[in-house]
Design a binder for this molecule. Structure first.
Ligand SMILES: [Zn+2]
Length: 167
């Protein structure tokens, strides 16, 4: 990586997720690459967490604004869909940040070879209470304040908490 690329990457890596601001786009695994072209323009490559995620437009705008603010006048954001984002891409630092803010980090993402089975019952997850660490939690809602989170209540300490889903 060239020095200019590193500077631009460092700036872009500090942009936070609009829905989970304790996570940077780097922590989230959304920021794939940042490159400074020969003409000085910057190309940031991102992969959306899931298709149709309403936060994507904000992420794009925030990246452009932040890079421009750091002196990169010409900024382009490319969206790459392949390989698809997985919650496994959330960094260890990101997982610790989620826990520190009372959110339960996703477990290992499911892997499918071939067709993805669809079921009508809620997905079973190994969830740990971010307050007391108990692994016994009851699902209260499959959807939280954003579609990527489910709501649980700890059976031991009664803490309600959000769990970032595995995908
Ligand atoms: Zn608990």
């Amino acid at each position: 990586m060239l020095a200019a690329d590193q500077v631009a990457y460092g700036v872009a890596a500090r942009v936070v997720d609009p829905e989970m601001p304790m996570l940077t786009l780097e922590d989230l695994g959304v920021l794939r690459a940042v490159q400074v072209e020969d003409d000085g323009s910057v190309v940031a490559t991102i992969t959306p967490t899931y298709s149709g995620c309403p936060a994507m437009t904000s992420m794009r705008d925030d990246l452009v604004r932040t890079l421009r603010g750091a002196g990169f006048a010409d900024v382009r954001v490319d969206v790459v869909l392949e390989p698809a984002w997985s919650s496994d891409w959330i960094s260890e630092r990101g997982r610790r940040a989620l826990a520190a803010h009372g959110l339960s980090a996703p477990g290992p993402a499911p892997r499918y070879d071939g067709p993805v089975p669809l079921t009508l019952v809620p997905t079973r997850r190994a969830v740990r209470c971010p307050r007391c660490g108990a692994s016994d939690a009851a699902l209260t809602s499959e959807f939280g304040p954003t579609a990527c989170k489910a709501l649980y209540r700890c059976v031991r300490c009664s803490e309600p908490f959000e769990h970032v889903k595995e995908i």
